[in-house]
Ligand binder design. Structure first.
Ligand SMILES: [Zn+2]
Length: 150
């Protein structure tokens, strides 16, 4: 099945979102943008969702390798993620702070995982995916609260 062209890519997202519903679609993207790219594989419930969708539409897009590039999108702002080859991606999120609370609410996707995906021993890797609106929102939050970058 050819979901490769950009129109198909948008169609795939819309069809998948319609099929699973907005809450599950958001949850799917959240998991992908959280640790998904570090793991470079889907969680069981994600595979289940894709299998049901694949069966209903006759497509065969059920693996991480097949869908990751189709679903490279911010679940909050619905924007394409962009690549920053310079920034570090961090595998672990720290303890709950004002920053992590604001992040969850306003800018969840300043770090959507490494450009080079897959399980590795290190907790940091150079090059990461991010949502441009999340990044702008984070800068605004830092400016407003006087917190420098960490
Ligand atoms: Zn965003």
């Amino acid at each position: 099945m050819g979901w490769r062209q950009s129109v198909d890519l948008v169609e795939f997202r819309h069809a998948f979102a319609r099929f699973v519903g907005p809450d599950k679609y958001r949850k799917f993207l959240r998991a992908l943008n959280g640790e998904g790219r570090w793991r470079a594989r889907l969680l069981y419930w994600q595979e289940e969702m894709l299998s049901r969708f694949a069966a209903s539409t006759g497509n065969e897009m059920v693996t991480f390798e097949q869908v990751e590039s189709l679903l490279r999108v911010c679940e909050m702002h619905h924007l394409e993620l962009e690549r920053d080859p310079e920034a570090l991606s961090s595998r672990c999120r720290g303890a709950v702070t004002d920053y992590t609370r604001a992040q969850a609410e306003h800018f969840p996707n300043t770090d959507c995982g490494p450009l080079e995906m897959g399980r590795r021993r290190e907790n940091y890797r150079s090059g990461r995916w991010y949502c441009p609106t999340c990044r702008a929102s984070e800068s605004e939050w830092r400016r407003r609260t006087g917190s420098g970058s960490d």
